[in-house]
Design a protein around this ligand. Sequence first.
Ligand code: ADP
Ligand code: ZN
Length: 753
Amino acid sequence: FVVGLAGTPPEAVDKMRPISQLMDLSPVLNEELLALSQAVARETFAFRISVLQTMLPNALKATYERVLTIVDEVSEAVQARLFRGLDQITFRVSDWSEEDIAKFAQLRRTHQIEQTIVVSDRAKPKTQLAYQLSTDIELLESAYHALPKTAKKKAALLGFILGHLGETWRKKVLQQQVSVSDATLNQAVQANWLAKVQVEQLRDPFATTTIAPSKPLTLNTEQQHAFDQIKLSADRGQYQPFLLAGITGSGKTEVYLQAAQHVFDQGKTVLFLVPEIALTPQMVRRVKARFGAQTAVLHSGLSDGERYDEWRRIERGDVKIVVGARSAVFAPLTNLGLIIVDEEHEATYKQTDNPRYHARDVALWRGRYHQIPVILGSATPSLESRARAQRGIYQRLVLTQRAGGASLPPVTVIDMKTMLSDGPETNFSAPLLEKLKACLARGEQAVLMLNKRGFSSFVMCRDCGFVPRDPNCNLAMTLHMDSHTLKCHYCGHEEPIPTRCVNCGSSRIRYYGTGTEKVAAELAELLPDARVLRMDQDTTRKKGSMDKMLQAFGDHQADILLGTQMIAKGLDFPDVTLVGVLNADTALGLPDFHASERTFQLLTQVSGRAGRAQKAGEVIVQTFNPTHYAITYAQQHDYEGFYRQEMAVRHAGNYAPYFYTVQIQASHTEENEAAKQMFQIARWLRHRVQADVIILGPSPKPIAKLRNRYYFQIILKFKQRTGLDALLTELQNRAQKAKHGLQLSIDRDPVSF
Ligand code: ADP
Ligand code: ZN
């Protein structure tokens, strides 16, 4: 990437290469995005190049087709002649002839060129055959008069050309207009009546779906108030983050859409972020229904080509609103007027690879740059955002009622400790099964969620629901069958697996975990007539399959939608009157201080799927921890109550939003070496940080070994960022220069550990 020119040549100028070719006629990143790349690099301790890579569609990144490495055996003479002495050479083979490639294959064999890495070609726009019609009236007319009477097809073609002089027609469309054969077209080309050309064909991922247009609804009082505040800030041209805290089904989406319309009326554009592909189909439909073809969609389910085309449409200013998941926050929209971050609490907004940016933070940065409103919407705002609203950094807007007049469904909590017998294992308590049967008998639909988030590898007392926690951090410990221990992956504390529960003395300690497939099989036995749609990572791998499944469910082609947490959010089906949560506890077992928050969010979100329209709904939650506050507050639909209690817990444990967290993780092929170097880093830090910075670890990561690398982490907790950023940047640079085989990365405010 050439991002600028220095006034004076740098020291190692002889090692630099000249720019050989300009790839793009205009820069692929504008001034804003270039500035943003710098800010993100600084904030995430990433290298700028990795941020630039993230900002561009895949298709624009692979600039070389093949990279070749040559081993020492290649004689210097050959090297000099063929490869100008370089040991690693990059070729562009796009303009090579067949002969060149054959010759090269021979060279590879004789000179033992070690490795050929094929990188995908840089995307080109997809083209289609088209015909440009001639403008030469004289030629066309004389040809017309010279035609024999029998040449009806040719006459028709010439007539069409004369009526559309100079126009470009795609072949398919042209043949629909005048039914001429390929042979006739070829003869017409020969005669210069028209010429073959290639035109760009945009790949539209929604080309095959039709979406009925929707009209704005009349806002209710709360929606109107929220809309007015956003409008005010848009009209003033001021940066203002809003926290739109609206219960599930309160009509947040309608507020987004009308705010977007207001911004379009000002001639500006909108960026609309959604957490993940799971939510995208229904949300995309709703945006497309309102704004039609002016909508661009960017999400990870697109092919590289589709993504590139959407990116180009945005860059050219052909679209007004971009809907997309995390990386869409870098969409090259100019003239931005509004940014919406739906379900702002979702962990998927944080990238877990370098650069470890949070899309919400990037959205706020862009909002400030453009001086516009940014709406963060959620039924269960993250504690961080809610706390910021408390301090007036965000303006809080509330929607407390369901928009269509429906009410929130009653939630029944089933204590599984009293339900399970020593008989055969079942995932269904009697009350849930009964409700399920009744729901299906009424001809209505049910959603069942099996929460699989996190690890199945934690232990729980079967009698009292107790999950062993570590004494230092009060976090659930992870089960390690190899060493027969429980470990805290936060601080490194380790202890043997208990044989008796420390809470109640029971010996019925077991590990928890079950799969959707198993549950589906059980359902087939319990309710043989029910039509069950199973939705999880396995059944939705194929592109578009999730959208199809949801459509099918919406069309009543199934009675029960059974899935992992991917079904918890955003789905809006009027006939769903029963929601069952099979195991509310799994997230509580996460070795992470977000465990309660995630549980509360998930239960609230999934409960929100029931009774959204005329028909009243209800929710059944199965749990071993019926008195846990995350579960009781979710049962009462009491976000504010949960917020207050959880803030007290965070305060006591020195967690966010009271403390910042930075996670330093590193991996090495040798376990000892990884540990040794991480201890050195911890010592290095201890000598340099201020006294109030808490340093935990190093300890092994929850997944301690991956692809033959050993992972360790150090956690820093601190109240003020002063000085620490510079220190961490220095650490990152040192690690980069030191060739000790340690791969290090620094993660600010990690969303999981
Ligand atoms: P949220 O995004 O807050 O979960 P939705 O936007 O999905 O809520 O709204 C829930 C339902 O209420 C939708 O079916 C929507 O069409 C309907 N709705 C939203 N606003 C209104 C309104 N002002 N009047 C009538 N119905 C509305
Ligand atoms: Zn611990």
